[in-house]
Design a protein around this ligand. Structure first.
Ligand SMILES: [Zn+2]
Length: 167
């Protein structure tokens, strides 16, 4: 596309597309630089210097860069956490997770759970992830069962009392 020249000899970028920005109209200069009001695909508007648009330095209102940065940070954070975990396990042979122990005799991870004063063995696992998953599952089950049992007791009592009243 040929670029028109305005009266004052500026490039007319109106209607041009740069990244996800569409140039709307000329704006006030930023310092000595000419600038443009741009519409971003996300719905925001932004003012960008001609030079930044033409060099491809600015391709969005900032939303695109922000999103990429955020994703990158989450990825790095995730990796860091995983690395910290594995270092911890390797350095002292402990899971760092309650109820999951390394059994050096069988070279397996043992999962167990304490519930109402009783110790439940959940099994031995080759993989610490499996041991943790099983313990999480057991914890969830026991907890839910306990809550359900507790609720049922109350329901029964209420029903019995209602029956008594009827008599
Ligand atoms: Zn945007």
């Amino acid at each position: 596309m040929e670029q028109k020249k305005l009266k004052n000899n500026r490039l007319d970028l109106a209607g041009q597309q740069y990244g996800i920005l569409t140039v709307m109209q000329s704006s006030e200069n930023i310092g000595i630089r000419t600038a443009w009001l741009c519409q971003c695909d996300c719905g925001s508007t932004t003012i960008v210097k001609t030079v930044d648009l033409r060099r491809g330095k600015v391709t969005s209102c900032g939303c695109r860069k922000k999103t990429n940065g955020l994703l990158q940070m989450q990825y790095i954070d995730g990796t860091c956490i995983e690395m910290l975990k594995s270092t911890k396990i390797r350095s002292n042979n402990k899971s760092g997770y309650p109820g999951v122990f390394y059994d050096s005799k069988s070279s397996k991870w043992r999962a167990e759970i304490m519930f109402q004063g009783k110790r439940y063995c959940l099994g031995r696992f080759n993989n610490i992830i499996d041991a943790i998953a099983n313990r999480e599952e057991a914890k969830e089950k026991l907890h839910n069962q306990f809550v359900r049992k507790h609720c049922n007791c109350q329901d029964e009592r209420n029903t019995m009392e209602e029956n008594k009243n009827e008599d």
